[in-house]
Structure formats: C-alpha cells, structure tokens
Design a protein around this ligand. Structure first.
Ligand code: UGA
Length: 431
C-alpha cells in the first residue's frame, strides 16, 4: 500500500516516518519548499527523540520521500492523510482553511478511488465539509471515502505512542475505508475502535478535554491542600490508585500548555457553543488553568516581596520535558508577568533556548546551564521537570544565589532536604 501525507509538520512527519518504518511506502508533501529541502537533505525541522533516526533510515531505504508537489502526491497514492495545521482563531474556534484547501486539491487531482483521512485535530462535522468540498470540486467522477483517524501522540514520546498506542480510533462510513485503515494499522498489536466520522472527531476533542480536566482538577485541589497543610502528591497518589480514576495526569504544577490542550479545549468549547450547548464545565477547566499561572506569580511575590531589582532563575521553558516546544507554555506567561513587575530573568532550558529567543528576544538573559542561571538569583522557579534537573548540586547552587529560595513548580524536589539545607522551599499544593 502507498500512503500520501499532506502536511509535514509535527503530526504528519511523525505519522509518515512511523508508517514507513512499519514497511509502507510513504510520500510526505508540504507546500513549504524550505522544509521539504531540509528534510530531503536529512534535516529535521522539529525536536522529537528518535525521529531523525527513523526519517534517515526510511529515506535511505526508499520507503519515505518528500515533495512540495501536493498534486503529484495526491495522484500517487490511494490513501491520503490530511495532517495540516488547524490553528486557533481569536475566538477559540479552529481555523480550518488549510483543511479546505487540501480537500480541494485532492478533489481537483484525483483520478481514481481515494480514501481521505483527517488526522489533524478538527471539530466535529469537519468530515461533512471535507466530503462536500470534494464533491463540489472533483473533476473526474471517481469514488472516494472520507474518514477520521485522530492522533494521540504526545510530544517527546510520539514515536513510542505511535508504535504502542492504547488504541487506534477510526471513524468511517464504508467497509472499504474500514478495511484499508485496519490493514494500515495491522502491524500494531492494539485495539481498534471503529465509529462513524463524527464519533471519531468527538473522541479526539473529548480525550484532550478530559485529560485537561484531570490536570485542572488536581491543580484546583492543590490550593485546598496548601490551605490545610496537606500534601498534594500524597493526595494524588491516594486518588490515583483507584483504578477507575488512575494515576496519570494527576500531577499538580504550573498549569498545562502546549499546542494541543489549551487550543483543543477552547475549540471544543466553541464548537459545543455553536451546536447550542454551553460546555460550562470545560470553561471552568480553562479558567482554573489560567488562574494557576496567576497563583504561581503570587507565590513568587510572596517569596520575594517586591520584584524590582530582584533576579529570578528560570529552570525550564518548554511546556514539558523532551521537547523544544514553547507554544502556550505557562513559563512564557509567568516570565512576562515577572518582567512587567520589574524582575530580571535568567533562564536555561536544555532544548528550547532558540525558540525562547525568538519569543522573548532580549527581555531575559539566556544561560548555559542551571548553575549559571542561579548565579546571583534571589529565587529559582522550576518550570519544566527535565530529567537532568532532578540531580542538582544544591551546595553549589546555594553558594551562588543571593537568597536561597526555590519555587518548585512541578513538585520534583525533596522539600525537607532543601529546607534542612537552608533553602526557602515553596511547592505547588505542598509546604
Ligand atoms: C497531548 C495529549 O496527551 C496527546 O494524547 C495528544 O495527541 C496531543 O496532546 C495532541 O492533541 O496532539 P502533548 O500536548 O504533547 O499531548 O503533552 P502532554 O504530555 O499531554 O502534556 C500537556 C500539558 O499538560 C503539559 O504542559 C504538561 O506539563 C501538563 N501536565 C500533564 C500536567 O501539568 N500534569 C500532568 O499530570 C500531566
């Protein structure tokens, strides 16, 4: 089987490279010629552990190729995965212009049966629009099917998530489409959930919204723990051992970020609204997340009193470890608040420094490691729980800081040990 992926961004590139690694011939198309040239030359435009290796391996064995000629790519395969961006508009709704454009190119260039699969995260009923667009613009009277196959990849562990998924969801309207998608995923030993297209579209938005709800729940609970002196980590363990709840996504912190949860939550709220239902519970999930960043800011002012003249070391900028992605990272909002308040920021992140420079320019000082960032600082904020931040020479840190204080935004450090060493320790939902 041959597969065309339109959109060589994060989702498209990972999906294409992984399918190629499973033995399928894949052609990845993108209208960004610079990106295609880079990929053809063996470069990778994003940071994702393991991706470079499988892209190189499968390009070399001829199973993975790249092109900026989308028309040719459409013609060359029976199955087309749409993996283009669906960015948020100002009102929170998803901008589906790119999906429409690709549907039109498919329609205008198909000369035999095509299965057009939405892989990008899209609101429910997008499939209907894809079908309408293809029917309106197809030049030849070829049969086609639309389908939805949402991705559940996490940045930083996307390859592992692709190869060992909890489930694969396929939303189809014909046996032919179901058969093709089942065949594609046959090498993965996993449960395949088959629904109609709308069901699959909702599963994607609902999964991300539910996970975001768990995080906002635990962050809200962390405030109750703080007020009573309980420890959120112990409370989360006690809750999470109930298999009906489970322990995942119950880590309190500085709030969720990234290119998915904040955007998908807003898009789901928006599409629900336009369908005539006000999803108030999800609105609250979003509000709690915004408030969590404000709570972190207030904690800092409680530690430092006045911000002007104070230096703050920021450890980690990426929205989570193992990625260079800073989109909707809570650290960015928090740093901007601190800068507005008059504080000086010295920051270090193992992967996101270049992206941070693009976003923040000379508003902050960029350091080579956590020790340089802590030098002369009145407080450290741990924003991202990178593994390499877990082992720290605290004696060295204490010596170089102006005041030994730390806000552990991810609850990864031993509070008692740090307090015994003379640090002022503040966590999230624990004292
Ligand atoms: C998320 C989903 O987990 C994927 O299943 C989905 O495919 C993806 O969105 C997407 O829609 O493309 P991702 O955004 O890469 O993946 O990252 P997560 O690991 O889910 O983390 C999201 C945010 O939640 C991060 O800021 C993280 O720090 C935060 N988080 C996560 C917490 O604050 N506490 C937790 O317990 C877990």
């Amino acid at each position: 089987m041959k597969l065309t992926i339109v959109g060589a961004g994060y989702v498209g590139l990972v999906t294409g490279a992984c399918f190629a690694d499973l033995g399928i011939e894949v052609i990845c198309a993108d209208n960004d010629e610079k990106k295609i040239k880079l990929l053809e030359a063996g470069g990778i435009p994003i940071y994702e552990p393991g991706l470079e290796e499988i892209v190189k391996k499968n390009s070399a064995n001829g199973r993975l190729s790249f092109t900026s000629d989308i028309k040719k790519a459409v013609k060359s395969s029976e199955v087309i995965f749409i993996c283009v961006g669906t960015p948020p508009r100002d009102d929170g709704s998803a901008d589906l212009t790119a999906i429409e454009k690709v549907s039109r190119v498919v329609a205008e260039n198909m000369d035999s049966y095509k299965l057009v699969v939405e892989k990008s995260t899209v609101p429910v009923e997008t499939g209907e629009w894809v079908k309408k667009t293809i029917n309106a613009f197809k030049k030849k009277d070829c049969e086609f099917d639309a389908a939805s196959n949402p991705e559940f990849l996490r940045e930083g562990s996307a390859l592992e998530d692709f190869m060992n998924p909890d489930r694969v969801v396929i939303g189809v309207e014909s046996k032919r489409a179901e058969k093709i998608l089942r065949e594609l995923y046959a090498p993965l030993d996993t449960k395949i959930v088959v629904t109609d297209i709308k069901g699959a579209e909702i599963i994607k938005h609902a999964s991300n919204s539910f996970l975001a709800t768990k995080i906002s729940f635990i962050n809200a609970l962390s405030n109750i723990c703080e007020k009573t002196g309980a420890d959120i980590n112990a409370v989360a363990e006690g809750i999470g051992l109930d298999s009906r709840i489970n322990k995942h996504f119950l880590k309190a912190g500085i709030g969720f970020g990234g290119s998915c949860f904040p955007k998908d939550l807003k898009a789901f709220i928006h599409i629900s609204e336009s369908l005539g239902y006000s999803f108030d519970m999800l609105k609250e999930v979003d509000k709690i997340n915004e408030k969590q960043k404000e709570i972190v800011f207030q904690k800092i002012t409680k530690i430092l009193w006045n911000l002007p003249g104070k230096t703050i070391a920021v450890w980690g900028i990426a929205f989570k470890p193992n990625t260079d992605d800073i989109r909707s990272a809570p650290s960015i909002d928090i740093m901007n608040r601190l800068i507005e308040g008059g504080a000086k920021i010295k920051a270090f992140d193992p992967a996101a420094m270049d992206k941070a420079k693009e976003e923040l320019g000379d508003k902050i000082v960029y350091c080579k490691d956590i020790y340089e960032a802590a030098d002369g600082a009145d407080c450290i904020i741990l924003m991202t729980e990178w593994n390499e931040f877990k082992e720290v020479d605290w004696d060295k840190i204490k010596k170089v800081m102006t005041q030994p204080a730390i806000l552990d935004g991810r609850n990864i450090y031993d509070a008692k040990k740090l307090k015994d060493m003379g640090f002022k320790y503040t966590g999230i939902g624990r004292s």
